[in-house]
Design a protein around this ligand. Structure first.
Ligand SMILES: Nc1ncnc2c1ncn2[C@@H]1O[C@H](COP(=O)(O)OP(=O)(O)OP(=O)(O)O)[C@@H](O)[C@H]1O
Ligand SMILES: [Mg+2]
Length: 475
């Protein structure tokens, strides 16, 4: 058994370990569980955390159906509407409807601008993050419950002190039999990375040495009702066998796995990784090569393409260069389903401000050039009524575990109608702290009133500035 290595002509299909997740900004939307559509595609007034906004939800439902049939081809969706009307929430709901097997990549327009990497390069990698590949491979594996895990140490030949691992003995057990394997130290590293202990069910790929922990053997199952651990039965058949493995990877995973310096044990490549950080530039040549292999896999029926969703929020932040790139990328056969969102009206397209005679720049709806706009299906979100605001706030209190009296809820709904839904939602947590400090369990009207004197909403803040002396403009 050897350490993972890339042979010429093949690509690595083992996805790298999950990177730092990009989902933290979704916390504001944790009450959204889906689009809340009935079986016939009509939006229910309030379902799966979503309230109102029925036209937009139904439009997204229709697009979801197209996506499931694989018939979206190059038709991006554009969500437009005033701030706080649920555009980002709609995209989150869409990702939830698609499930975890379909890739979903969310970026904000401004993420594209980096000092080190080209804008189009960032966009390109986002596109590849949103295209999945389901690879079915029959591989030779050693699978079983770990009965023994003994690393054996040896003198380090390079320094007088310290020891190195010379090999590791792993015992694997299945229903049919047991086997003891003597493995290379690099496999031991992989075992440690997966945090394997005795009693876990694992498989080791015979030709790459990659280790995957399947779960804990159910012989060790405990009586707890709720546990993070996943228990699996003892594998059947022999320890050494051929097994069909299904892997969901994105094209971006493949790019990264093949772009990273291989081996990575000696000091030079470790340093290289530190210096380059996570953002290695993947060359076009590498991508073309990967595409070729992917095409071959698809032709042979080994792999299946799973187009996912790329969500670009605040799309008006992109500039002309990005838009022209998007026009082309959308027309490629390997394109994911793209959803844009913007809360701007008619504004200047970035990157056209100093364009010859157009000193004020080219103005266009949502800051998007008309040619791209023409390709989009546009969905509008509407401002909320008082009842809808009340209903959203009510849902949110349940998610955050805050008790609110009905009068206070009415008050929050008034605030929301007067300024914005966001403002009403933002008052919730501070109000609960005020109530707790005063020794009450429920948030009351007095808490909301007190907050009104502590925090300004947009309208009052603007009025404060307007009332200031026009010349001094000092607080
Ligand atoms: N119809 C709805 N049902 C339930 N919650 C909603 C609904 N609309 C918005 N929300 C919640 O209100 C908050 C603000 O909405 P969101 O962030 O989606 O607005 P947005 O349209 O993206 O605004 P912006 O243009 O400022 O980005 C979020 O916490 C969101 O989950
Ligand atoms: Mg938003």
């Amino acid at each position: 058994m050897t350490a993972p290595s890339a042979q010429p002509g093949t690509i690595i299909t083992q996805p790298p370990p999950p990177a730092a997740n990009r989902e933290s900004r979704i916390a504001a939307h944790s009450h959204i569980k889906g689009l809340g559509l009935a079986d016939d595609g009509t939006a229910m007034e309030s379902s799966q955390g979503f309230v109102g906004q029925r036209n937009a939800r139904e439009a997204l439902g229709l697009h979801l159906a197209l996506l499931r049939q694989g018939r979206h081809s190059g038709r991006p969706l554009l969500l437009v509407g005033p701030p706080g009307t649920g555009k980002t929430a709609l995209a989150v709901a869409l990702s939830q409807e698609l499930g975890s097997k379909v890739p979903f990549c969310a970026v904000v327009g401004s993420e594209v601008f980096s000092g080190e990497v080209k804008k189009t390069e960032v966009l390109g990698s986002c596109f590849r993050r949103a295209i999945g590949l389901r690879i079915k491979e029959t591989k030779e594996v050693y699978e079983g419950e770990v009965t023994e895990l003994t690393p054996s140490e040896a003198e380090n030949p390079l320094s007088g002190y310290g020891k190195t691992i010379s090999h590791v003995i792993v015992g694997l057990k299945t229903v049919k039999g047991t086997k003891q394997l003597r493995l290379d130290p690099s496999v031991y590293e992989a075992i440690q990375k997966e945090r394997v202990v005795v009693g876990d069910v694992i498989y080791i790929e015979a030709n790459t040495g990659a280790v995957k922990r399947v779960g804990r053997s159910d012989a060790y199952a405990t009586e707890y009702d709720l546990e993070a651990e996943e228990y699996v039965p003892l594998p059947k058949g022999d320890v050494h066998k051929r097994k069909e493995l299904v892997q969901d990877v994105t094209l971006h995973d493949l790019d990264m796995a093949n772009a990273r310096p291989q081996g990575g044990q000696d000091i030079m490549s470790v340093m290289g990784q530190l210096v380059k950080g996570g953002r290695t530039e993947v060359t076009d040549k590498l991508r073309r090569e990967i595409n070729k292999v992917v095409d071959k896999y698809i032709e042979q029926g080994v792999a299946e393409l799973v187009p996912g969703v790329l969500f670009i929020d605040e799309v008006h932040m992109l500039d002309m260069e990005c838009f022209t790139y998007l026009n082309r990328a959308l027309e490629s056969p390997l394109s994911p389903y793209v959803v844009f969102a913007s809360n701007r009206g008619i504004c200047t397209i970035r990157g056209t401000e100093f364009d010859g005679s157009f000193s004020a720049g080219i103005r266009s709806p949502h800051g998007i050039p008309v040619d791209l706009l023409d390709r989009c299906m546009i969905v509008k979100t509407e401002p909320y009524s008082r009842d809808e605001v009340r209903s959203v706030v009510d849902t949110r209190t349940r998610v955050e575990g805050i008790a609110v009296t009905p009068e206070a809820l009415d008050r929050l709904a008034d605030e929301g109608e007067k300024s914005s839904l966001r403002y009403a939602l933002q008052l919730l947590t501070p109000a609960s702290i005020l109530a707790k400090t005063a020794g009450r369990t429920d948030v009351g009207v007095s808490d909301i009133d007190e907050l009104g004197s502590l925090f300004l909403d947009t309208k009052r803040s603007t009025n404060v500035l307007k009332d200031l002396d026009a010349n001094t403009k000092v607080y």
